[in-house]
Design a binder for this molecule. Sequence first.
Ligand SMILES: [Zn+2]
Length: 78
Amino acid sequence: MCDVCRAEGLDWKFANGKREDLHRVRLYRVYKDRVAVVELCHLHAIELFILGEQRFLKNHADLCIELSNDTARFSRVA
Ligand SMILES: [Zn+2]
């Protein structure tokens, strides 16, 4: 499931229609010396691509909270 939709309680299957593919993306500005790996639905992957990482994170405070609360889950060696 999309990490943003889950954090925000969105119905990602409804929002994405038939596109159920998830994009596994790396975020570089979340952790020092590590990358954050998140899964995004098609819509959120496009949003990240258009906005760039910093503005995307600003738009999704709930995801940021999860990223900071659950470092073990999201962070990987860069
Ligand atoms: Zn999503």
